[in-house]
Design a protein. Structure first.
Length: 338
C-alpha cells in the first residue's frame, strides 16, 4: 500500500508498505480521507517525543470496510466508517466509566503506531463508527477534531449567553469557536498571529479577531469587554504566553480550558488563579459520546466544511506540511483524499 511516512524532521516520503493484516477483533479499513492535526505538525517538525520517525502520521480518518473478520457482525464490506483512534484496555476504571482517553494503556493511531495517512489501516471493531450515506468521507475525517471541540466546550460549566476567548486559530481553535457558538455563546473573540486565518474566521465563527503580532492581545480583549474580561477562555496553542494571556483575560470566577500542547512546561501567575478563583482545566481527546455527537452535528450539516477544508492527495504531502509549518498558511484545515 501507499503511505505518507514521516521519515525525519521536516521530511515526508511516499512509501510502499505491506498492507496491514487484521488481528482477531479487527477489520481492514480502506482509508478515503485523513485530516492533519496540529499534533501531526509537531511530529513533522520533530517536536513530539512520542512521534518517532519512521512513522505514518494521522489519527483523523475515515474510510470503508475492505474486509470483514469472521465472527464480526453488523459490518459489511464497503460500509463507510469514521475511526475512533484511541485504543484502550477496555477493563480499567477509566474505560468502565467512558473515559477511555485517560486509560493508562491507551494507544493512538499516528502516535504509538502507524496512522491514517495510508491506503489501509487495521482497526478494532469497537473503534468503528458507521457514517450515513448523506456524509462524505471528508466529513467523516472531521468527526475526530470536532469531537475534541465538543469535549472542550463541555468542560466549561456554561457557555450559553457567555463571552468567550479562543487563543489559536488553528483547526481545533476554529472548531472550539464553532461549537461554543452552537451552544449559545453570545460573543467570541479569537486571537492568533496568522492574518489569513483570522480574516476567514471572522466570517465563520468569531465576532472579533485580534492579530497578536500587531496588537497587544490582553489590552485588546479587555477593551472589547469593557475591562471585564471573558467568562471562559480556551487555549488551543499551549505555550506559556498564550496560557498566561488566557488567564489574564478571564473574569474572576471564570474558566480557562487548556487543550494546546505546544510546550510541556509553562510558568503562569498562580497567585492570580488563587485570588481570582479561576478554574483551569485540561481537555484531552473526547469520549465515545462526544465522538457520536460530533458525527451527528456533521450529519445534520451544521458545519459548512467546504468553506474550511483544503483537499490534497498523498503525493502533495510534503508541500502541504511545509505550508502548514510556515506560520502564515491560509489553510484552515488540510484533509488528504486517499
Amino acid at each position: 500500500m501507499k503511505a505518507l511516512g514521516d521519515t525525519a524532521p521536516r521530511h515526508l516520503a511516499l512509501l510502499d508498505l505491506a498492507d496491514p493484516v487484521p488481528k482477531d477483533g479487527e477489520v481492514l479499513v480502506r482509508v478515503r480521507a485523513a485530516g492533519v492535526c496540529g499534533s501531526d505538525l509537531h511530529g513533522f517538525l520533530g517536536r513530539s517525543k512520542k512521534r518517532v520517525p519512521p512513522l505514518v502520521l494521522g489519527h483523523e480518518f475515515s474510510g470503508e470496510v475492505a474486509a470483514n473478520q469472521a465472527g464480526l457482525s453488523g459490518i459489511a464490506p464497503g460500509g463507510a466508517v469514521a475511526v475512533y483512534p484511541i485504543i484502550s484496555c477496555g477493563t480499567c476504571e477509566y474505560c468502565a466509566s467512558e473515559r477511555e482517553r485517560l486509560c493508562p494503556a491507551r494507544r493512538v493511531y499516528g502516535l504509538d503506531f502507524h496512522g491514517g495517512l495510508a491506503e489501509y489501516v487495521a482497526v478494532p471493531r469497537r473503534c468503528l463508527f458507521p457514517i450515513p450515506a448523506s456524509m462524505s468521507f471528508v466529513e467523516g475525517s472531521l468527526v475526530e477534531p470536532l469531537a475534541n471541540a465538543v469535549h472542550v466546550v463541555k468542560r466549561c460549566p456554561e457557555v450559553r449567553g457567555k463571552t468567550g476567548l479562543v487563543y489559536g486559530a488553528g483547526p481545533i481553535g476554529m472548531l472550539c469557536a464553532f461549537v461554543a457558538r452552537q451552544e449559545g455563546a453570545r460573543f467570541i473573540i479569537m486571537v492568533d498571529r496568522n492574518a489569513h486565518r483570522l480574516a476567514r474566521l471572522k466570517e465563520l465563527a468569531a465576532d472579533i479577531t485580534i492579530d497578536s503580532s500587531r496588537q497587544d492581545p490582553v489590552a485588546s480583549v479587555l477593551e472589547q469587554t469593557g475591562g471585564r474580561g471573558v467568562d471562559f477562555a480556551i487555549d488551543a496553542v499551549g505555550n506559556a504566553q498564550c496560557r498566561q494571556n488566557s488567564i489574564t483575560c478571564t473574569v474572576s470566577g471564570g474558566t480557562v480550558i487548556c487543550i494546546g500542547l505546544e510546550e510541556e512546561v509553562c510558568s503562569v501567575d498562580t497567585r492570580s488563579l488563587v485570588t481570582r478563583e479561576l478554574d483551569v482545566k485540561g481537555a484531552y481527546a473526547y469520549s465515545r459520546s462526544d465522538f457520536a455527537e460530533a458525527l451527528s452535528m456533521l450529519n445534520r450539516k451544521m458545519l459548512s466544511w467546504s468553506r474550511v477544508v483544503t483537499k490534497a492527495g498523498l503525493a502533495q504531502g510534503q508541500a502541504i506540511f511545509d505550508d502548514l509549518a510556515s506560520g502564515h498558511s491560509s489553510i484552515l484545515k488540510a484533509v488528504f483524499e486517499i
